[in-house]
Design a protein around this ligand. Structure first.
Ligand SMILES: C[S@@+](CC[C@H](N)C(=O)[O-])C[C@H]1O[C@@H](n2cnc3c(N)ncnc32)[C@H](O)[C@@H]1O
Length: 225
C-alpha cells in the first residue's frame, strides 16, 4: 500500500533553488546523466579527505558514489587518493554540495545520502542539515525507500535531528550508537579515540512521500565530465 505523505510546512521558509548559480567549473559525471549499468547512485556531503568514500567504493563495486567536498585543501588530498585508487565507481567533486546537487541531480534518483560528522558552528543551528530549507530539496532527490545517514559526535545535534526527522520531515528513522571500533572517517577515528560517543541516524523516505520540488530540475543538467 502507498501512503501519500504531504509535509506540513507551516510558516517554514521554502528553499529557492532557482536563486542558486551552478558552482564554479561545474561538471556532472557521466553516471549522473546516463547510468547505463543502472547502478544505485549514492551521495556523500562533506567528504573531507575521502576516507569513507574510498573505503566504501572498494567494498561496494555494485554502487556508484559521488562524494562532494567544498574545502580546497581537503578536496586536493581526496582527489590525489582518488586518482591513486582509480575506482570506476567513485566521483570526487570539489563544490558546495547545495549548489552542486541543485544543478546536477534529478528528482528521485539517489538511493542513499551520507552526511558524516558535519560539525556546524556550535552556536549556529541554521547550519544543521535538518534545520535547513534545503533539506526538503535534498529529500526530493532521494528515491522512494532511499536513506539519509547522518553521523555526529554532538549529542544535541543528534537529538534535534531525530526530533525534526520525525516531527517536521515525517521520516521513519532509527538512532544508533556508532561501535567504538568503527573507523569510517578521520573525524570518527579521532572522536572514538578520545572516548566520545558518536551517534548515527538512519532516515528512510517512505513510498508516496511528497515535497515541493518533486518536479524541479535545473536547466543546465547536461554538462558532462
Ligand atoms: C568536520 S568535517 C568531516 C569530514 C569527513 N566527513 C570526516 O568525517 O572525516 C566536515 C566537512 O564537511 C565539509 N562541508 C561542510 N558543508 C559543506 C557543503 N555545503 N558542501 C560540501 N562540503 C561541505 C567541510 O568542508 C568539511 O570538510
Amino acid at each position: 500500500m502507498t501512503d501519500n505523505i504531504e509535509l506540513t510546512h507551516g510558516q517554514s521558509r521554502a528553499f529557492q533553488p532557482e536563486k542558486l548559480s551552478p558552482p564554479r567549473n561545474f561538471i556532472i559525471p557521466n553516471i549522473v546523466i546516463e547510468n547505463k549499468d543502472n547502478l544505485p547512485l549514492l551521495l556523500e556531503i562533506g567528504a573531507g579527505k575521502g576516507k569513507h568514500a574510498l573505503g566504501f567504493v572498494s567494498q561496494n563495486p555494485d554502487k556508484h558514489l559521488v562524494a562532494i567536498e567544498r574545502t580546497r585543501n581537503k578536496f586536493d588530498a581526496f582527489a590525489k587518493l582518488t586518482a591513486l585508487q582509480n575506482a570506476p565507481n567513485l566521483d570526487a567533486i570539489h563544490a558546495d554540495a547545495i549548489a552542486w546537487i541543485v544543478h546536477a541531480i534529478a528528482p528521485s534518483s539517489v538511493a542513499k545520502i551520507f552526511i558524516l560528522y558535519p560539525n556546524p558552528e556550535q552556536h549556529n543551528p541554521n547550519q544543521q542539515w535538518l534545520n535547513m530549507p534545503f533539506f526538503e530539496f535534498l529529500l526530493s532527490r532521494l528515491r522512494d525507500d532511499g536513506e539519509v545517514v547522518l553521523v555526529t559526535n554532538i549529542e544535541s545535534y543528534m537529538d534535534n535531528a531525530a526530533q525534526r526527522a520525525t516531527e517536521i520531515w515525517r521520516l521513519p528513522n532509527k538512532r544508533y550508537q556508532v561501535p567504538i571500533d568503527s573507523q569510517r572517517t578521520h573525524f570518527e577515528v579521532k572522536y572514538l579515540a578520545r572516548g566520545e560517543t558518536c551517534w548515527e541516524l538512519s532516515m528512510r523516505k517512505p513510498q508516496g512521500y511528497k515535497t515541493r520540488f518533486d518536479n524541479w530540475q535545473a536547466d543546465c543538467r547536461g554538462i558532462k565530465k
